[in-house]
Design a binder for this molecule. Structure first.
Ligand code: URA
Length: 440
């Protein structure tokens, strides 16, 4: 077999078989195939697509490039969640403790934020002492004892994805549905949970700009999950504007805590409960949804979050009910320069602004400021009076904050008419097919 022939085959719209795809992936990971041939192959896949079988073969081959996590020693139903990324997306920090409170086990490998999107690890690492470097039995013990553990990306799991993603990043081949589906699902399959819930986002702040494209990506991933014996479903959710009110790592952690105490923003609470409901349905435990609501009311779900954070070394004193939550040195108000309804608040621009404040990274090596961020006081659909605050900028650099307040004011779209807003949830993709419920 020669890499040249495999590239030519895909270039000419032919379908690749499992051994051709495996030849590419394994030899690339072992350094036998140069970057320029893999780059050409990625572009051929990007332009001509992969069918369902090819996508599955690519995913399986990527999984086989490394080790698989063995969770079999953990008792109970193992659940994993993945979001395709967004601004203000702290859903994992509400969802995972809630699932742990319900008796499920969540063994989660999470990433750090890059560009306008945040990462769960940065949010939990905003607490002093938190660490994510647990391996082998230590990680399994954490999951078993606390119902939940979050670790960083492991070098041993799916090394092919790390190499391919870096190459896609510089060859304009990231936004391809088959390549994204194989990249995400290879990591999920390597984690070997029983149930996987995907939060596939669409809109301004998401990879997929339209709900139809998000459904297409969700269908590809759900198909791969089911073929790999993982009960998989996807919720298609809106990322036109940020999720919740807080953007920035420690602010988002605080908002997750508040949501687990029943005092969170409606969109975040609703999305989390929709994800929980879908998992309960896959587990045949639909009747337990009431318990989830009860565990929010009686504080048990919040205790689960604190228990997990403490078990991973975090100082949780600032998260206790009566404690004072640490804030950045400056809180600068962003004021409305006219009265009207907030018509739009594009997530990507808000995320980029938060990144410039230090809440995110432009490059992987950049350091973040855990206290930097934005608290939104107005969201699309809200009325604002001229001179009223739209948001508060949290920063340790006054000049940066003053400039951000001016820039943020321009990002808010204000109109005379109350806008008709698309629903938070567009639909569900599962074994039973696609249900578009949001737009009825
Ligand atoms: N997230 C991933 O893990 N992979 C992609 O290709 C895109 C988003």
């Amino acid at each position: 077999m020669r890499m040249y022939d495999i590239i030519r085959k895909k270039r000419d719209h032919s379908t690749l078989n499992a051994s051709e795809i495996d030849y590419w992936i394994q030899n690339y990971v072992q350094g036998q195939i140069p970057d320029y041939q893999s780059a050409a192959m990625l572009m051929a896949c990007y332009l001509n697509g992969l069918d369902e079988r090819e996508m599955l073969f690519l995913t399986q081959s990527m999984v086989a490039s490394g080790e698989k996590m063995d969770l079999s020693a953990i008792t109970g139903i193992k659940v994993d969640k993945h979001s395709t990324g967004g601004v203000g997306d702290k859903t994992t920090l509400v969802f995972a403790p809630l699932m742990a409170a319900l008796g499920f086990k969540v063994a989660k490998m999470s990433g750090r934020g890059l560009g306008h999107t945040g990462g769960t690890l940065d949010k939990v690492a905003s607490l002093p002492g938190f660490h994510d470097d647990f391996y082998g039995q230590d990680f399994l013990d954490l999951v078993q004892n606390n119902g939940l553990a979050i670790i960083g990306q492991s070098k041993e799991l799916v090394p092919a994805d790390k190499l391919l993603y870096a190459l896609r990043d510089v060859t304009a081949t990231v936004d391809s549905i088959p390549l994204i589906a194989a990249s995400i699902m290879s990591k999920k399959i390597a984690m070997s949970s029983d149930i996987l819930i995907l939060d596939v986002k669409f809109g301004n702040g998401a990879f997929m700009k339209t709900p139809e494209k998000a459904v297409e990506l969700a269908q590809a991933m759900v198909e791969i999950g089911l073929e790999s014996d993982i009960k998989t479903a996807a919720i298609i959710s809106n990322m036109e504007s940020p999720l919740g009110n807080c953007i920035g790592n420690s602010l988002e952690l605080y908002e997750a805590v508040q949501t687990l105490r029943g005092q969170g923003p409606d969109d975040l609470s609703k999305l989390t409960l929709v994800l929980v409901k879908e998992v309960l349905s896959m587990a045949g435990k639909k009747q337990e949804l009431e318990k989830a609501e009860e565990y929010i009311k009686n504080g048990f779900a919040c205790e689960k979050l604190l228990q997990f954070l403490q078990a991973q070394g975090a100082d949780i004193s600032s998260l206790h009910k009566e404690a004072k939550f640490p804030l950045a040195s400056y809180q600068i108000r962003c004021l409305a320069d006219e009265s009207g309804f907030v018509r739009s608040l594009p997530a990507e621009q808000v995320g980029m602004l938060a990144m410039r404040l230090g809440a995110g990274r432009q490059k992987k090596e950049d350091k973040i400021d855990p206290l930097a961020g934005i608290v939104l006081l107005k969201k699309p659909g809200d009325w604002v009076e001229k001179g009223e605050p739209l948001a508060i900028i949290h920063t340790n650099h006054e000049d940066l904050g003053q400039k951000a307040a001016i820039d943020l004011q321009k990002i808010f779209g204000i109109a005379d008419e109350k806008p008709v807003l698309p629903p938070m949830i567009y639909g569900t993709v599962s074994e039973s097919g696609v249900v578009i419920d949001g737009y009825k």
